[in-house]
Design a protein around this ligand. Structure first.
Ligand code: UDP
Length: 238
């Protein structure tokens, strides 16, 4: 295995993660915090051990995706809270894939949470805290120069492929993948999947009971937040 580059300075601190440069300009360290926010950071709190669960779960999902031929920023997990990743130039678009109606889709279109969709689809949101991540058309991303048409075609194709892989994997563990958010970036001209895949960024429901095993427990004050994160990790590890 290659030697681990030295962790240098923090260059970004977000709501759930900190990013550090390393002695290798192509690599960064992603540190997972326990801080949790919801509703565009109007609600704040901490979820004990969340950083540890999200780091490990992201490792497992990225490893699965890489095995299936999806290119990601993941290099390897370093310890409980840190992961070594390829440095990306992040595209400021959040890509959401939906299989079942929930969250902002239910609200925006007046649909019942839990309604099955005829087929999965992809939505794009502009990554902007001051604007509260508004829904956009892909044309906006192209017109403002955030991504090219070709980039968006690649992202769309990757997002649906990732959905298929994750759905199958989770179905075998009695989990329904309701929806999830992805972030992509460029690395030496290639589009790679970045960020994290965990209960903060996905909706996971138990197949039999439809019990929520994700951040909605925190968003909606349902209790049992830590237990849900650990239960999801247990299922993904087995
Ligand atoms: N999501 C996310 N970060 C965001 C917004 C959404 O990770 O800033 C995830 C969320 O966990 C869910 C999916 O994207 O799995 C769709 O979220 P939705 O648009 O329904 O927004 P929400 O109601 O969760 O704010």
């Amino acid at each position: 295995m290659d030697s681990t580059p030295a962790k240098l300075e923090m260059f970004y601190e977000g709501k759930a993660k900190k990013l550090y440069t390393t002695s290798d300009p192509d690599l960064i360290v992603q540190y997972f915090k326990d801080d949790a926010t919801a509703f565009n950071a109007q609600k704040r709190g901490t979820i004990e051990e969340k950083g540890v669960v999200n780091n490990r779960m992201s490792e497992l999902f990225f490893t699965l995706l890489e095995r299936e031929g999806v290119q990601t920023h993941f290099v390897r997990r370093l310890d409980d809270r840190e992961m070594l990743c390829r440095r990306l130039e992040i595209i400021p678009v959040e890509t959401v894939v939906r299989n079942i109606v929930a969250g902002s889709l239910a609200k925006r279109l007046g649909r019942q949470e839990g309604e099955e969709l005829k087929h999965p689809f992809v939505e794009y949101y502009y990554k902007s805290d001051p604007l509260g991540d508004p829904l956009i058309y892909p044309e906006h991303a192209i017109a403002f120069g955030w991504a090219t048409e070709q980039d968006l075609n690649t992202i769309h194709e990757m997002a649906l492929r990732i959905n298929g892989i994750l759905r199958r994997f989770l179905d075998a563990r009695d989990v329904i993948l309701v929806d999830f958010k992805l972030e992509f970036g460029r690395h030496h001209g290639k589009i790679l999947l970045g960020d994290e895949i965990c209960p903060d960024t996905c909706r996971f429901w138990d197949k039999a009971t439809r019990q929520k095993l994700d951040k909605d427990r925190f968003r909606r004050d349902l209790g049992g937040v830590e237990e849900a994160y650990h239960e999801m990790l247990r299922r993904v590890e087995h």
